[in-house]
Design a protein around this ligand. Structure first.
Ligand SMILES: [Cu+2]
Length: 475
């Protein structure tokens, strides 16, 4: 019997004796559902190729790609015991959830990493409805690339699905990007490839939708569906299109937007978009999800296949999502001004950057695995980039002085995109991860209402590992 199945058995035995000895509510309060990180396999490449060895999350039995969907109502608690059956320490981050600091999973800032064979109890409220995801936040450039990511859905507080003008069904689509060799195994010898880190990051060669290459997704003709799109790739920016499906954007990073028609969408690493589509009534019309792999040639990554009885098309105007009502509005009359300067990477480099307390030139930094910096510091984990008083509005001006776009993620907070912002963003949108193009300046604002030490980093995970990481403190 393997160690992991024995542990499952012991948990079951303890649960059984608990039932006999204690009232049911006591059992519910003490036994957290298991989220196990373990080695597994998945059929990522098309049928005919071997299955791929992966690291994956599991509830029971084998790990799955993407990880098991976690789903709660807004305001409910998410409770999971992370059990580490990996050969490395790990921690789990709940991306976009405004959690209490100790539950953020950002090792080593908010907790020590969980050693192999040990566990950590996560127990926190999910205040805001929307589309989120969870993933490893320790050696993410390796662990997320090996498969440690899954969808996290927080259901609307007020009913939306099935209401007049809303979708009648929803479908979560986890988009990922894998670097596979000819035998469909994950390429393992390039985790610290500095060349990739100094460019767009460790780019894959196989895009999957819900863990499969080119899946067929059954849809009823005429039905209106809410797609919850999640980009869990470690580096790939995904331009997406849904031709013939009248896509309308209703939420970004979980937060509602006034519905707007979109021809194409840009989903950076870690970003999410909720999109409503209307399937054509004619079952002969073939519809697909298209992705631009970076050369302007759109390719199919999934097909929507007409199946079942047609539904009468919904003629009522699209119903917006209910407002969160939980996020304080920034006070722009008297904000705390902060800047975030991004430097480094191929073709630009950087001068006189501090790393581990020493000022270094680009060559010396690179020999330490550092090719990026925030505000003149590479991998600045020793002290915060800034401190904000609890409840204060922070106005953050971010400038990208490099030749590459970045996907900047703030932990513990959502922020508003202000006017005069970069081409990849719409002012007024509220997000937790934002794309900033080369030589762009982007302004955001948020109320620092969540006490603790919060990571701020690029979600291109090889950029993060090569210096684009820091933190801020709210107290
Ligand atoms: Cu980056």
């Amino acid at each position: 019997m393997s160690l992991s199945s024995r542990r499952t058995f012991l948990t079951g035995a303890a649960a059984l004796s608990g039932t006999a000895l204690f009232p049911r509510f006591t059992l519910a309060d003490t036994a957290l559902p298991i989220l196990r990180a373990r080695l597994s396999t998945a059929q990522l490449a098309p049928i005919g190729y071997p299955a791929t060895p992966v690291w994956a999350y599991a509830t029971e039995g084998a790990g799955v790609i993407p990880g098991p969907e976690i789903r709660v109502m807004a305001g409910e608690r998410i409770r999971r015991q992370l059990v580490n059956d990996l050969p490395q320490p790990t921690a789990t981050h709940w991306h976009g959830i405004r959690v209490e600091n100790a539950m953020d999973g950002a090792a080593p800032l908010t907790q020590p990493p969980v050693p192999p064979g040990e566990s950590f109890d996560y127990d926190f409220a999910a205040p805001d409805p929307g589309t989120y995801w969870y993933h490893s936040h320790d050696r993410g450039f390796e662990q997320v690339a090996r498969g440690l990511a899954g969808p996290l859905i927080v259901e609307d507080r007020e009913p939306w699905l099935g209401e007049p003008g809303a979708a009648t069904r929803e479908l979560t689509l986890v988009l990922d990007d894998w670097l596979l060799d000819a035998d469909a195994a994950i390429v393992e010898d390039r985790w610290d490839d500095l060349h990739a880190a100094a460019h767009g990051g460790r780019m894959g060669n196989t895009v999957t939708v819900n863990g499969a290459a080119y899946p067929d997704l059954d849809m009823r003709p005429g039905e209106r569906v809410r797609l919850r799109l999640i980009n869990t790739a470690t580096a790939r920016i995904m331009p997406l299109a849904l031709p013939g499906l009248l896509p309308r954007l209703i939420a970004l990073d979980g937060h509602p937007v006034p519905p707007r028609e979109v021809d194409t969408m840009l989903l950076g690493p870690a970003q999410r978009a909720d999109v409503v589509i209307d399937m054509p009534l004619d079952p002969e019309v073939r519809t697909v999800l298209l992705l631009d792999p970076g050369n302007g040639e759109w390719v199919d990554v999934a097909a929507f296949v007409a199946a079942g009885e047609p539904l009468a098309p919904i003629e009522v105007e699209l119903r917006p999502l209910p407002a969160w009502g939980t996020l304080p509005a920034p006070n722009l009359a008297d904000p705390q001004h902060e800047v975030l300067l991004m430097e480094g990477g191929a073709m630009r480099g950087m001068l006189d950057i501090r790393y581990q307390g020493e000022v270094m030139d680009f060559r010396e930094l690179a020999s330490n695995g550092m090719v990026w910096a925030f505000n003149g510091v590479a991998h600045g984990m020793n002290e915060p980039m800034f401190r904000a008083a609890l409840g204060r509005t922070v106005h953050l001006e971010m400038t990208n002085r490099s030749m590459f776009p970045h996907a900047i993620h703030l932990h513990g907070h959502h922020f508003e995109i202000l006017a005069r912002s970069g081409a990849l963003n719409t002012p007024g949108d509220v997000r937790d991860t934002v794309m900033i193009g080369a030589d762009e300046t982007l302004e955001i604002a948020f109320v620092a209402d969540n006490p603790g030490r919060w990571m701020l980093h690029c979600h291109m995970l090889s950029h993060q590992a090569a210096g684009m990481m820091g933190w801020f403190e709210v107290a």
